[in-house]
Design a binder for this molecule. Sequence first.
Ligand code: ADP
Ligand code: ZN
Length: 205
Amino acid sequence: MSVGSFQLNGGWIEVIAGVMFSGKSEELMRRVRRSMIARKRVQVFKSRLDDRYGGVMQVGSHDGRAIEATPVDSSEQIRLRLDPQAQVIAIDEAQFLDAGIIAIANDLADRGRRVIVAGTDIDFRGEPFGPMPQLMCVAEIVDKLHAICVMCGSPATRNQRLIDGKPAAYDSPIVMVGGAESYEARCRNCHKVLPASGDTQERLL
Ligand code: ADP
Ligand code: ZN
């Protein structure tokens, strides 16, 4: 693969980062499909925590297209289920995985594999999410995608978490699967996090 005048030989890591609805899964699937057209052996993993779009076995995107993926709960499961012949390894929803994913991605790239990692880089507070910051540092290529802010139409760089329709508090749990919560893509300006229910002042300063 070449990026500008930069020619990549051997293995490498590429990260597709961005907020929800920014098109990470679409972009991951596009790269996976093109690798398949190039007759590469491809293996796709996806964190089991995210089963929003019909079935844990697929990398679903908001446009309804899907590619089969192996669901995993931890980075160790990726190591155990790796196809030794795979030339391209794609991992979606990597923000939910543990820090072990950084060593696995590095090992694979060191062993000549193309590693494609997609994930939400910041949590609902606007802070770095799970292993994403480290993955972005060790990657050869990083693409940061933007959604559209549902409030003002600007590029969205934040995930607005709503609980019962209201902005969530800073100290609400980072991962809350199910329940009366929802997310919206918003820009920095329109993004709101309510103060923590205990120590309001300290966090605001
Ligand atoms: P991600 O994996 O980043 O959550 P997807 O690839 O699943 O994103 O979905 C991206 C698609 O979501 C877009 O192509 C668009 O059709 C749709 N979409 C819905 N809401 C928005 C929004 N606020 N901004 C941009 N795209 C949106
Ligand atoms: Zn906005």
